[in-house]
Ligand binder design. Structure first.
Ligand code: ZN
Length: 168
C-alpha cells in the first residue's frame, strides 16, 4: 500500500522529461519508499541494465500509441514470463493480491509498476510505437488472458436502477 505522497513521487517518475542519475534516483526512492525497501530492491533488479552499462539496456518495453499519448509497458519476469503494466495496474499475481487486500481508493504498486518508473526515470526503456488500432489490439491480447479464471462479475445495471432516458 502506498500513501498519497509515495504515489505522487513514484508517478512523477513517469514524466519522460525528467532523467535522473541512478544514484540520485535510488536515494530519492529509498527516502520515499522507506517502508517498502524490499519491493524497491526487487524492482531495481528488473531495471538492472541501466546501472551497469549504457542507456536503453533495460528489457522493459514502452509501447505507445501513435496519435494519442497512451502507453503500456511489457516487463520481463522470472522464468521467461512477461507482465503487462498500465500506469496503475499490472497483470501479475502479486498486484492482484495487493489490490484485493487494499481498501477502496487505496493504491498499490507491485515491483513491476515500480520498475517501469525507475526505468523511465533513467531513460532506460525500449520505446516502440504502434498505430492506435494495433496498440489497442496488442494491449487487449496481453491483458485479457490474465483475467481468465477470475471470478466473472457481470457488469450491468440492476433492472430497477437502469438509467431511464426521457425523450424530449
Ligand atoms: Zn506486477
Amino acid at each position: 500500500m502506498m500513501s498519497a505522497a509515495q504515489m505522487e513521487h513514484m508517478n512523477s517518475l513517469l514524466d519522460a522529461e525528467m532523467v535522473y542519475e541512478p544514484d540520485e534516483l535510488l536515494r530519492a526512492c529509498r527516502f520515499f519508499l522507506y517502508d517498502q525497501i524490499k519491493v524497491l530492491e526487487s524492482a531495481v533488479e528488473i531495471v538492472d541494465g541501466p546501472y551497469v552499462s549504457e542507456r536503453n539496456v533495460s528489457k522493459i518495453r514502452c509501447i505507445r500509441s501513435r496519435s494519442s499519448s497512451r502507453s503500456f509497458w511489457i516487463v520481463p519476469g522470472s522464468r521467461g514470463a512477461e507482465y503487462t503494466c498500465t500506469s496503475c495496474g499490472c497483470t501479475c499475481q502479486n498486484f492482484l493480491e495487493l489490490s484485493k487486500s487494499a481498501g477502496v481508493n487505496v493504491e498499490v504498486m507491485c515491483k513491476h509498476l515500480i520498475a517501469i518508473r525507475l526505468a523511465t526515470a533513467l531513460d532506460g526503456v525500449i520505446n516502440e510505437t504502434l498505430k492506435d488500432e494495433d496498440w489497442v489490439n496488442e494491449l487487449s491480447s496481453r491483458i485479457l488472458p490474465s483475467f481468465q479464471g477470475m471470478e466473472n462479475k457481470p457488469c450491468s445495471f440492476p433492472s430497477d436502477r437502469a438509467p431511464h432516458f426521457q425523450p424530449y
